[in-house]
Structures are given as C-alpha cells and as structure tokens.
Design a protein around this ligand. Structure first.
Ligand code: SAM
Length: 667
C-alpha cells in the first residue's frame, strides 16, 4: 500500500512566491523564473525548433520530474501553441509527490499573468487530484497532461510511454537526493524515445555521471541568473532493461500500429462507446458511431442519475487504482456540463450499515486522503445528508451524481464524430484490411479500426464469443420529489442508493437480477427498491410518503449491467483465440514461460466493455485507454492496470488453468 497523499506545505515569501516546507527549497528562482525555465527546459530540449517542425497528427511527449506549480508545463504549452501545427499534439507527463492544493496553485499561478490562458484551464479542471495517474485534456485534446501523483520512484516504473524530451526539476540534489538516484535515472532511460533530449538546472557531477550511465550524452551549458551552469543531454543508448519494472509479455504487448487513414467505427453509443469516440476524435480520428437505437445512451447508460460511487480497496488493487484515476477523469469531464441539470458534486455518503462495513470504512479512511473520503459520525452524516439516518458512514465530498445521457451527448460533440442511429451491426467482416459492419445483408460502414462497446452484446461477434461476460438486470425507481424530500443534500448509499432530486424526481436503485432478460420494469422490483430506501433512511421514506404510494403507479426503467468475472472492465485489443492457444500452448504445462512469439492480434479490433454498474467512473477513462492502445500513445493508467483490464487475460488464464470458462450467460 502506498502512503496517503499529502499535499504540498507551502510558505509564501515577502514577494508572494512559494517555498516548500517539506523540502526547504524554492519552486522557482526569485528573479528570473520564466527566463530560467525557458533557458533550462525549453531551450535545452530545442522545443521551439521541434514544435515548429511537427507534422500534423504528430505528438510530442514531454516527461518531467516534479510538477510543482506547473510553470514548466505552461511555458511548454504556450510555446507549443505559438509555433506547432494546428493538428499536432503535446502530451506532458509529470510526477508529483506533494500536489498543491487548489488554493495554493491559484495563488502561485497568479504570479504569471502572461500564462493565465493556460493556467486558468488547469485550475478549472484541478479537481479530484488523488493518488496515481490523473488525466487532463485541454484544447479539445490538442494538449494532454498526465499527472502521476506519488513518489517518482514508485510512479515512473508503472508508466508505459516513450518520452521525447525530459525536464528534470525535482528540487536541488543536495536538498532532495531521492529525485536524483541511479534507480530514477534507470527509469528515465527506460522511458526514452530514440534521441530523446533532456534539460536540467543542476550541473552536479554525480547527476551528470548518473545520466551518462543510462545512455545520455551530457553537455554543460552556461546558465542564466544565479545558475552558473546547466545540463543538456541527448539519449544515445538502447539501455538494457535494468531493474526492469515493466517486462511486457507478448500477449500484453503493443499491437502493431496501423497506417493509413485514421478512421474508426465504434459500435454502441453508451458511455463506453461515446467515450471511445471522443478520445479517438480528439486524436484526429474520423469516427462513425453505430447505434441500434434512435438515441444515444438508450440502454444501461440511460438512467436519469448515475452515482459516482467509489468502491475502493485499501490494498491498492488494480480495480481500486482504475477507479481513482477514472473518478478524477470523469469529474473533470463533468466540470464542462451544466451543474444541477447534468450532474452535481453533492457528495456521496456510504452508510456504515453493519460492523463489517464499519470496519471496511475505517481501513479506507486510514488509507486515503481526507479530500477524497472522510468518516462521519451519525450526527455529522445527518447534518451533511439533511435527513435522519440510522448510522454514520464514509463521505466522498467530491463525488455526486451525473445524468449519463448528458455525458454521452457531450462526448459526441466533436466535428470528427458522426453518429449513425438505427444502425444495428449484426456482423463484422474483414475485407481488404478493413472492418465492414453489416446489418443482415445491408452494408453499414467500414474502417480499419473497429471498437466494440455494446456491453455483453459484444459476444455476438465471433472473435468475442468466448469472453466471459455476465448480464445483471437492474431496475431503478423514479420517485417524485416532495417539499420535504428536498432536504436531501447528498447521495446516500447502503445496499441501494438514493440521489437528491433532479428535475423533480429522485432516482432510487437498484435491483439485482441475475436471471431475467426482460427490460420491462416490474412492480416487485419497485417494492424491493422501496425496501432499500427504508434501510437507507426511514425518515427520507417518510418525507417521500412512500408508504402511501401505490407501487403500481411508480415509474422506472430496467437495463443490464455487464460485468466480468474479476469485476474489471475489458478494455484493449484482442488476440485470435485458436492461434493464441496454439502459439502459447506451453503455458498449459509451465505457466512461468514467456514464449518469445508475437501475439496473434485480430488486427484493428478493440473492446471497451464490462463496466458493471460503475461505467460512469471507468468507461470515460477507458476511452482514453483504447485510444492510447490504438495510437501507440502513453497509457493513461499504470501498465499493470492496463494488463488487468486486457481482453487477452481470460484466454491466458484459461490456457494456464487448462480449461475453458464458458460465458456465464448468453446475450
Ligand atoms: N516544475 C515545477 C514548476 O514548474 O513549478 C517546480 C518543481 S519543484 C522545483 C520540485 C517538485 O518536485 C516539488 O513540487 C516536489 O514536491 C516534487 N518532488 C520532490 N520529491 C519528489 C519525489 N520523490 N517524487 C515526486 N515528486 C517529488
């Protein structure tokens, strides 16, 4: 388990500049910060010339140690904006152990009015910045920021990226030697693209020698201001994988990059499909979204209120880290929608309804920062919720609810996306390197890449028939708000959940039915939901007068959650099953073998599915993950999280265990 995120402790000098109490060092030099940043990081990486000569669709990746106030990021972005091709992209990846609070960041950035157009964009999205990988997208995807929150030595080994230019900025080596260790240099070498460059403000001998040891050619350059000398470097090595934190097995390796027109089909316009389309469109892909219904979000993504419910683990499991990164990403997307109508950050309260849950909550409260979650006594919980409750619980102040159809609609608002409704894809055919989508004998569309985002329905397509997806019916009840129910201020969850009213109705949910394949709402399940409400708050039930409502008059909707056996979503490329079994047959005898045979990929086919009831949290970030797989771009989640979500994991497990997992249900 990693440490709980700590925020930067900052003192402000007489000129209003930030000084780190944790490191007793300055974030930027007193007199010449912008000039110094430009000299050390921008000029030593030749960024003006490199940005100016970028081809359309090219993406330059900058890596940084020590994000601090983001000054270097804004300077790089400003220059990129000034001189790069309109269709080129910048991806800035930085690691930060002690992120600044929003207030401190705003105060520090007010020092640089000329950077305001850029810093204001970050400040507007600087929410839910918790441990691990946090993705920010600016300028319709032209600029992307991946902030890895945590210790550099813990975070960098999880990164799967090729960095073109490095900014090494982790406080002075004498004050913070941990940021300048051989292990960290090994990671920097591991992550270098061919001929990657580097700039750093320090010219300390052992730093220079450490960088040379991992493959850099280093040069001392005259500094400016008080800096006598700075360093620049060019990566000349092909370093041996040394400590090798990222050893990639062929079945989880990057599939070959497709050349040719950047056109993709996305099948399904729920959260997963819309997010995939948005992430691809933002990278310059022309995307056709094929949807069988008349509108987007017509199935499981169509509920009026989806809860941003975080089911975390104190043990840093892959699912828990995905949820934390996904939560941050979704929250940032929601910032752009209309609060109150499309979403609300009213908080989510998870009640400690029994001693086991109370224990679990106590463990979580010790493992995560207070900005993310707080334990509340019964009195505190009631004060937050505005209604009487049977217990206290765990409160997530930055969470809330969202109207998933609004998020889906917003994600499709990109000129590169065409939505084709009433297009039911029944069959995929591969002809001359293109995927053709057919509805019976009617040709619908074709492209080199196809992404399947139709929940459990992906099993209809032959390559996915063996994926073990389960459909679980869920029904919500729409409860008319009353004057007294308006007191509810936050989402409250126990076994079920209830949300503050949206447009005069509270959403109450949800039933679980593993057998029914019918989507007609039933009275029994409305009654079941009313019982869930009684358990959450009998006071609220009374305010809603539910005991006098005839359940036959209740409105609601039912849809299918789609889950995988390990509860992780299924996101990424897929191998051809028969060839996979043949090529890696040795694993059935010895699971430790890693044959050196390239994976038999189904070229151009990708999956974004299996998000269960938390698609609002995991599906949008999974769109980014799919686009990163397709585009050979830095992965937005740690390598092991991407592998934990990989579609090939099931065939791998089955091969090792020597048996086939039959799909748990038929679509
Ligand atoms: N680039 C920053 C800017 O533009 O404002 C200034 C960076 S400041 C000189 C160094 C940063 O490195 C601090 O924000 C500090 O918290 C971070 N840092 C120090 N040690 C770290 C570690 N071991 N892992 C990750 N970040 C660390």
């Amino acid at each position: 388990m990693t440490e709980v995120t700590q925020y930067a402790q900052i003192d402000w000098d007489e000129q209003g500049r930030p000084h780190s109490r944790q490191f007793d060092d300055i974030y930027f030099s007193k007199d010449q910060s912008l000039e110094e940043t430009r000299h050390v990081f921008i000029d030593q990486n030749d960024l003006r010339q490199r940005f100016s000569t970028m081809a359309p669709e090219q993406c330059l990746v900058i890596g940084e140690t020590g994000f601090g106030t983001g000054l270097n990021f804004f300077c790089a972005w400003q220059l990129f904006n000034e001189c790069a091709n309109a269709d080129a992209r910048l991806h800035f990846i930085s690691v930060e152990k002690y992120p600044l609070s929003h207030a401190d960041l705003a105060r520090a950035l007010a020092l640089w009015p000329e950077l305001a157009p850029f810093s204001a964009a970050l400040l507007a999205q600087y929410v839910a910045v918790h441990d691990g990988f946090q993705t920010f997208v600016f300028d319709q995807g032209r600029v992307r920021l991946t902030l890895m929150i945590g210790d550099a030595l813990e975070q960098l080994p999880q990164l799967d990226a090729e960095v073109d230019a490095w900014f090494l900025d982790g406080f002075a080596p004498a004050k913070n030697p941990q940021m300048w260790t051989p292990e960290l240099f090994t990671q920097i070498g591991r992550l270098c693209a061919a001929n990657a460059t580097l700039g750093t403000f320090t010219s300390t001998g052992w730093v220079r020698r450490g960088l040379i040891a991992v493959g850099f050619e280093m040069k001392r350059i005259p500094g400016i201001g008080k800096k006598w000398e700075v360093l620049r470097g060019v990566f000349r090595g092909t370093p041996e994988p040394q400590d090798n934190s990222v050893t990639v097995a062929p079945w989880f390796a990057r599939p070959p990059v497709l050349t040719g027109p950047r056109q993709a089909l996305v099948i399904g316009a729920g959260l997963a499909g819309c997010a995939t389309a948005a992430s691809l469109a933002a990278r310059g892909w022309q995307v056709s979204v094929l949807e069988r219904h008349a509108t987007v979000a017509a199935e499981a993504s169509g509920n009026p209120q989806g809860v941003l419910y975080l089911k975390l683990s104190a043990h840093g499991t892959a699912l828990s880290r995905l949820i934390l990164s996904g939560f941050g990403y979704t929250r940032r997307l929601l910032q752009c929608l209309q609060r109150g109508q499309d979403w609300d950050a009213c908080g989510v309260l998870q009640l400690a309804f029994d001693s086991k849950e109370e224990q679990r909550q106590e463990t979580l409260a010790n493992a995560f920062d207070r900005q993310l979650l707080q334990r509340l006594s019964r009195e505190q919980a009631q004060a937050v919720a505005g209604v009487a409750l049977a217990s206290g619980g765990l409160f997530y102040p930055q969470a809330g609810w969202a109207h998933p159809p609004a998020l889906c609609q917003a994600q499709l608002q990109h000129p590169n996306i065409t939505l084709l409704t009433h297009h039911q894809v029944m069959q995929l055919r591969k002809v001359d390197g293109l995927w053709q989508a057919w509805e019976s004998e009617k040709f619908l569309a074709s492209a080199a890449v196809v992404v399947l985002a139709t929940a459990a329905e992906i099993q209809r397509f032959e390559p996915c028939a063996g994926l073990p997806l389960k459909r679980i019916r869920g029904q919500i009840t729409r409860l008319p708000a009353t004057a007294r129910s308006q007191a509810l201020n936050t989402v409250v969850c126990a076994d079920g959940y209830v949300a503050p009213s949206r447009g005069g109705e509270h959403t109450l949910g949800a039933s679980f039915d593993f057998h029914s394949l019918d989507t007609t709402p039933t009275v029994e399940e409305h009654i079941g939901n009313l019982h869930l409400l009684d358990e959450i708050s009998s006071d609220l039930a009374e305010r809603l007068d539910t005991h006098h409502i005839d359940p036959h008059t209740l409105q609601g909707r039912a849809a299918f959650r789609c889950t995988s056996p390990d509860y992780l979503p299924i996101v990424g490329p897929l191998a051809e099953r028969q060839l996979f079994d043949q090529q890696y047959a040795v694993l059935a005898k010895d699971a430790r073998q890693v044959p050196n045979t390239p994976c038999p990929w189904i070229e151009g086919l990708y999956i974004n599915s299996g998000h269960g009831s938390r698609g609002i949290i995991t599906a949008p970030l999974s769109g980014e993950l799919i686009a990163a797989w397709i585009d050979d771009a830095p992965l937005p989640v740690p390598r092991d999280v991407a592998e934990a979500c990989h579609p090939n994991r099931f065939m791998l497990r089955e091969l090792i265990r020597g048996k086939k997992t039959a799909p748990t249900s038929k679509p």
